[in-house]
Design a protein around this ligand. Structure first.
Ligand code: IPD
Length: 277
């Protein structure tokens, strides 16, 4: 029997390659930067152009499918996850990195059916790494299988996070306190690479042992979520409970033990939901 989602995935890889080429070419030119909700929330003409290209190339082939895209939502489109086939798109994950040419910049696409991620594609543009994962079929980087480190000991772990949510001073303080708590466990180190999707791929290929974040969006998480689980890792809510793609928070880790140990340390703060309207 034909696996129709595999056909979608093959198309997605082709479209992501085209999108990645545009991002790489844009890095060679002047980058005009615009602000969205705040001086640290950036967008460029390339984010918008790449999202339009991705959506039109997919819609042409799959006209009945649904889309949630970072720039479409910023322009007023709804962010609601239905049971139908849905493409969740971040045209440039790591826009600040892109603006500064800091080398972790990705195109990230996750595809869900019945609200479950069927496959995820993350192309790390400057590293030229194409990460792909199909549910039940493993995770790959440039066609080679990848797997998580399998680390079970938090004190031997390298942990990734981001310092993104700074608008509310109280939340920002919690973000910084949480980093301090994780460092004090102790762990081997904490890093903030600047692209949620790349962070998940770094855990998926064993270069880091965990990543946690409160305040990101479904388009930052959907592609990488498939990579981590298919590489043998775990993905849970920031509380240690079941992961919810629209909850704007997550912990991914090399093992359930490391994920739960991180959850135990973190103070949770309200960061809303993607589908709150
Ligand atoms: C951002 C990146 C960054 C994270 C921010 C995200 P964007 O995505 O994933 O790592 O700290 O919270 O918004 O805006 O560059 O697509």
């Amino acid at each position: 029997m034909t696996d129709s989602w595999q056909e979608c995935m093959n198309h997605c890889v082709d479209v992501t390659k085209q999108a990645g080429k545009i991002v790489r070419e844009a890095l060679e030119k002047d980058i005009a930067v615009m602000e969205k909700s705040s001086p640290t929330d950036l967008v460029t003409e390339t984010d918008q152009r790449v999202e339009k290209l991705i959506i039109s190339a997919i819609r042409e082939k799959y006209p009945t499918h649904c889309f949630i895209g970072e720039e479409s939502v910023a322009a007023g489109a709804p962010s609601v996850l239905s049971d139908g086939p849905t493409w969740i798109i971040d045209p440039i994950d790591g826009t600040t990195n892109f603006v500064h040419r800091f080398p972790f910049v990705s195109v990230s696409i996750g595809f869900t059916v019945n609200k479950e991620v069927e496959f995820g594609i993350v192309y790390s543009c400057m590293e030229d790494k194409m990460y792909t994962a199909r549910r039940g079929k493993g995770a790959f980087c440039n066609g080679l299988p990848i797997k998580v480190s399998g680390q079970e000991d938090i004190t031997k772990s390298l942990v990734l996070t981001e310092m993104g949510l700074k608008k509310d001073p109280e939340h920002f303080k919690t973000v910084m306190d949480n980093i301090q708590k994780i460092l004090n466990v102790p762990v081997h180190g904490v890093r903030c690479p600047g692209s949620a999707a790349v962070n998940m791929c770094l855990v998926a290929c064993g270069a880091a042992d965990a990543y946690y974040h409160q305040g990101i969006y479904c388009w930052d998480m959907a592609g990488g979520a498939a990579l981590v689980t298919e590489a043998g890792g775990v993905i849970v809510d920031i509380t240690g409970g079941p992961f919810d793609l629209m909850s704007r928070r997550l912990i991914v880790a090399s093992s359930p033990r490391v994920a739960q140990r991180i959850a135990q340390e973190l103070t949770v703060f309200p960061c809303g939901r993607d589908d709150a309207g």
